[in-house]
Design a protein around this ligand. Structure first.
Ligand code: SF4
Ligand code: FES
Length: 171
């Protein structure tokens, strides 16, 4: 088993060289780099609705952070409920992604959305570097995900039906 590597607890003051491998592919602009982990994207589309000029699946690459102000890109990245998107400013000093008061949201027919200063102990297949530290995550509730404990959108194909709507603030 790979020895767990320490990770920052949030994106606060993360330098590009400290970015965890699980953040995925980098899309770089002069002021900000956006990271995308396809395995954790459930096509919730908060990014596409928020900044269509930056997040456009009809373009290649589909993320073009230079098409908007860095602060606007960062704000929309923080809307991504699954942790598929992250960002780092090229120069320190931009607003960091601070953990929010911890919340758990039960999505109807879908996953649990977690927000907060999270430490997730996932199987090696999902997290070969050890526990995942993050501020956002969607956890599978249907049992069908191929990327457990994260939701990968399989609940839709599986026809998962379960009540939702509850939002629990753990602060
Ligand atoms: S899960 Fe995140 S990256 Fe994927 S479509 Fe939704 S907001 Fe965008
Ligand atoms: S809840 Fe989304 S894959 Fe299980």
């Amino acid at each position: 088993m790979t020895e767990p590597q320490p990770e920052p607890a949030s994106t606060h003051e993360i330098a590009p060289s400290e970015v965890p491998a699980h953040w995925g592919r980098a899309y770089t602009a002069p002021e900000i780099t956006v990271y995308y982990d396809r395995g954790r994207c459930i096509h919730y589309a908060a990014c596409v609705r928020g900044l269509p000029e930056v997040f456009d699946t009809a373009k290649k690459p589909w993320i073009q952070p230079a098409q908007a102000q860095a602060d606007a890109v960062a704000e929309v990245v923080r809307r991504c409920p699954t942790g598929a998107l992250h960002y780092v400013y090229a120069a320190h000093g931009g607003p960091p992604e601070l953990p929010e008061p911890a919340t758990v949201e039960v999505r109807e027919n879908g996953p649990l959305f977690l927000r907060g200063d999270l430490t997730l102990h996932a199987p090696d297949t999902a997290s070969p570097g050890g526990p995942v530290h993050d501020t956002r995550a969607a956890l599978c509730r249907c049992g069908q995900s191929g990327n457990k404990p994260f939701c990968d959108g399989s609940h839709r194909q599986a026809g998962f039906v379960a009540p939702g709507g509850a939002k629990i603030n753990t602060a």
